[in-house]
Design a protein around this ligand. Sequence first.
Ligand code: FA5
Length: 335
Amino acid sequence: MLDRLREIGEAAREAFSSATDEKSLEDARVAYLGRKSELNRISRGLKDLDPEERRRVGRATNDLKKELAALCEEARERMAEGARRTGALDLTLPGRVPWVGRRHVLIRTLERLEEIFRTLGFEVALGPHIEDDFHNFDALNIPPDHPARDMHDTFFVEGGRLLRTHTSPVQIRVMQSRRPPIRIIAPGRVYRNEASDASHSSEFYQLEGLYVDRNVRVGELKGVLTKFLHELYGQDVGVRFRAGFFPFTEPSTEVDLQCRVCRGRGCPVCKGTGWVELLGAGMVDPRVFEAVGYDPDVYTGYAFGLGVDRISMMMTGTDDIRLFLENDLRFLDQV
Ligand code: FA5
């Protein structure tokens, strides 16, 4: 029996070392290590041998099996290496998944918001990021000594100009350039010189909305915002309208969404309250109409300003607003 094992070993070594392709290697593996191989038959027959013979043949069989398995693996690696070197395709290697780039999650959120508001009859208007005092504050009924200026910690640039603290100056620019009816949204980046935390950033996106015509009513504002939030988050989303204050709207409201990171249980994003403030809104104050030369006895309107980053956080379950600007592909690939 031991002689037979030696013969099998010699033939098998020869077969594995001379295998030149996948097929001949697989044939050798089946012939010498496969279920129906002679080596396997000898293993199965060990139980019929007397104890001394069983011990010797058993050990020799196992040693040969291990040696042949290693030879088989070596031959496989040799072939793969050869294929790599010659540039031939090695079908045994796992494929490389190509990395596919895509638009940033905030841009995709903005596109979704624009899509919803376009179907509600709004058109897109844009304005400059570097603004003047008049458009960012004065025309919005925020005179120099108004306490509301403190709420907007401002970055100033040369020439007394500033980085816009909100998208509301676009309202002023649009009203200065045309007559009602006006129904626009103004998406864009805004800047505030304030400390950041899970839900506050010094650079974020807003989307402004403005509708001006004769007889625009507060019920329409509530209707359009509710419709928008239902489109975005589904009909059963938790929404609350709170009384708010903005110098450029009267009455004013702030709208909160039940926190979708913690499902309302309380977390750092909602500061433990279960609610996240998404937007401010209200009926355009008559003083704003006066600043742009509209007659407040003829026209009424509503305006709103959405925090796009927070909307995106609530769409994607993102628990820290700073992730949006850190450019970490491990995060951006997931949202
Ligand atoms: C304003 O900026 C007003 N211009 C909104 C407005 C427009 C009111 C038109 C009435 C009519 P406020 O500062 O609350 O308001 O910001 C609006 C939204 O921007 C907030 O509800 C919030 O979602 C988002 N936001 C405010 N500050 C930050 C910040 N630091 N980081 C991220 N998002 C913010």
